[in-house]
Ligand binder design. Structure first.
Ligand SMILES: [Zn+2]
Length: 134
């Protein structure tokens, strides 16, 4: 196993093979998950494991290099969820598959990552019925 394969394995294992943003398990998405730089390299983020997150292609694509977004108005710049310092269950909850949040960080993350795209709500709803989510 190469050094980068080893690092990818460690990131995936630490995340229990779930996307660290939306919590879908890799076995339930049928596409390879990706390694996200929590702080993008263009913002000074490094390749150390503390700055890496396991992410589904949907979340990783929508996050891109962003770390903040507006929530209630253009003066309200809020950082998104950081899997290294935040507790997922403090920012997200779901009953039917749609994610809700009472926190600005959760709201910013749901918005930026388009976590409530209808296909994902349907998928999470099915997984909840199968007791595979979250
Ligand atoms: Zn995801």
């Amino acid at each position: 196993m190469s050094k980068s394969e080893q690092l990818r394995w460690e990131v995936a294992k630490r995340a229990n093979f779930r996307c660290e943003y939306c919590k879908i398990h890799q076995d339930d998405m049928f596409i390879s998950f990706e390694i996200d730089h929590i702080v993008a390299q263009k913002h000074g983020g490094g390749n150390e494991i503390e700055n890496l997150a396991y992410a589904c292609p949907h979340c990783n694509q929508h996050k891109g290099t962003d770390m903040v977004t507006f929530v209630d108005n253009y003066d309200d710049v809020i950082r998104i969820y950081n899997p290294r310092i935040d507790n997922w269950h403090e920012h997200f909850e779901t009953i039917t598959g749609e994610l809700y949040s009472e926190t600005k960080i959760g709201k910013a993350t749901i918005k930026l990552l388009k976590i409530n795209d209808v296909d994902l709500i349907i998928l999470r709803g099915l997984l909840i019925e199968l007791k595979r989510y979250p």
